[in-house]
Design a protein around this ligand. Structure first.
Ligand code: SAH
Ligand code: SF4
Ligand code: F3S
Length: 444
């Protein structure tokens, strides 16, 4: 039992959400904030002024879990000062740990899994009233209720989930276990949401799914049909999507990217490893040869398009030879950027039974070396844009006073001098200099 406090019954409880993990989690936090606001809660921007602190957590690597529990632990003093403070763990780690989360961190009052988040307004109200700990983790794998909360973090770009969960069971990955089976959202709800965002002035939409290419719902519509429908919505200027799985991506998707004017020329296509032996152990369902063929199709069909990827180093049994193959593939493709990770065993994911036999020193060294290589490749890719004219959607002020910042259609960061009035507008910019991950330009 927690201590009682009378203060909540009168005023709107103030909630602070801290988010870890991927874009899905960022979107989920926004959704949770939206339904809490719609149910009379107030969102605040710091833990100090909050009555309720929610940690939306990620379990994709052990380090991510440790960070969230570490952060919760740091609230010990605040909780001692204010025993009525509610601390909640939501999202993927909540789903993975269930009631064990409280054993690991007794400061936690509420554990809410990935399928139960729509119930949070009621769960938190119950908790504030009865002061009894809550564990709600049973609804994993259910479709999220179509609540359409109005709250959004930004004004220009918005993310829209087109489905949840994953059926791919890559051997290293915990996502299918914490997000449940793949389910596609009904096309009419996606279209309704994007139309409403367009009506409110949003210009760019990022469609989210663990594997967008396997989207299928609402009168047999596939992902390309969704892109075609969304491309017609007035007011929306840019459409992006992630993540594409190489086993399901194909030339038809690239043709849609070329043919649909709002769909931006950026493909995030995680390769994970350049070694076929490792790819097989990872249960990825493609070879490096098939991947390279896809890249060739993409480059031919979408000229000037960018391509980014994810890499894991130090998967069990990865030899120096396997790792060299990854490096060679990186060079061959010439990715615009790559997210690189050290392998982390994630039970119950299948690979966790394999001995984690690449030492942490070797993982560290491979990570450093692959990042260095990618930095050079990215620098080369950025250099190529210098002297060209690009279209930039201005997203806000830049780091330097007087600067604006935005992205190209290929998703590269650009900063340039300009008036604040241009925020939200699409402008033409001449690129004058480049760093590996940022471009500088001037208004054309
Ligand atoms: N559905 C997406 C995102 C998965 S999670 C996809 O398939 O790409 C994002 C990235 O985290 C993965 O692409 C992978 O590179 C990395 N990752 C997942 N599990 C991991 C693990 N156990 N250890 C290290 N990196 C991991
Ligand atoms: Fe994980 Fe693979 Fe699914 Fe991506 S596709 S979420 S890496 S199981
Ligand atoms: Fe995303 Fe991490 Fe969950 S990567 S799906 S928040 S385990």
């Amino acid at each position: 039992m927690l201590e009682k406090s009378k203060t909540y019954e009168k005023s709107a409880p103030r909630v602070y959400i801290r988010t870890f993990g991927c874009q899905m989690n960022v979107r989920d936090s926004e959704f949770v904030a939206g339904i809490l606001i719609d149910n009379g809660f107030t969102m605040v921007k710091s833990a100090d002024s909050a009555d309720v602190i929610l940690f939306n957590s990620c379990s994709v690597r052990k380090h991510a879990e440790e960070r969230v529990f570490g952060n919760i632990g740091q609230l010990k003093h605040l909780k001692r000062k204010r025993p009525e403070l509610v601390i909640g763990l939501i999202g993927c780690t909540a789903q993975a740990y269930k009631e064990k989360a409280i054993e690991r961190s007794p400061l936690i009052d509420i554990v809410c899994g990935t399928g139960d988040e729509a119930g949070l307004p009621r769960l938190i109200k119950d908790l504030l009233k009865h002061r009894r700990r809550i564990v709600a983790v049973d609804k994993i794998g259910r479709p999220k209720p179509e609540l359409f909360p109005k709250f959004r973090d930004g004004k220009i770009k918005a993310t829209v989930s087109i489905g949840e969960g994953c059926d791919n069971f890559c051997s290293y990955c915990i996502v299918p276990y914490v997000r449940g089976r793949e389910r596609s959202r009904d096309a009419k709800n996606i279209i309704k949401e994007v139309k409403s965002l367009a009506g409110r002035g949003f210009k760019e939409i990022l469609l989210l799914g663990q594997n967008v290419n396997s989207y299928r719902a609402g009168r047999g519509k596939d992902f390309i049909a969704i892109l075609e429908d969304l491309n017609k919505i007035k007011g929306i200027e840019r459409i992006r999507f992630m993540t594409s799985h190489p086993k399901d991506a194909h030339a038809e998707l690239f043709k849609a990217m070329r043919g649909l004017d709002k769909v931006c020329e950026h493909l995030h296509l995680p390769i994970q490893s350049g070694s076929d032996r490792i790819l097989k152990l990872m249960n990825r369902g493609y070879t490096s040869g098939k991947y390279l063929k896809l890249v060739e199709d993409y480059r031919r069909i979408v000229p000037g398009g960018s391509i980014t990827t994810d890499i894991i180093v130090g998967f069990p049994t990865e030899s120096e030879r396997d790792f060299k193959k990854t490096c060679a593939l990186l060079e061959k493709v010439g990715f615009d950027s790559a997210y690189t990770f050290k392998y982390s065993p994630r039970p119950p994911a299948k690979s966790s039974v394999l001995e984690d036999d690449v030492s942490s020193g070797v993982k560290e060294e491979r990570l450093r070396s692959v990042m260095e290589l990618q930095r050079k490749i990215s620098a080369g890719r950025s250099e190529k844009v210098v002297g060209t004219l690009v279209e930039v959607l201005v997203e806000g002020p830049g780091r330097k006073p007087g600067d604006l910042a935005g992205r190209t259609r290929s998703n590269k960061n650009v900063s340039f001098e300009g008036k604040k009035g241009l925020i939200g507008k699409t402008v033409r910019v001449e690129i004058v200099s480049a760093e590996p991950y940022a471009l500088k330009g001037r208004l054309a």
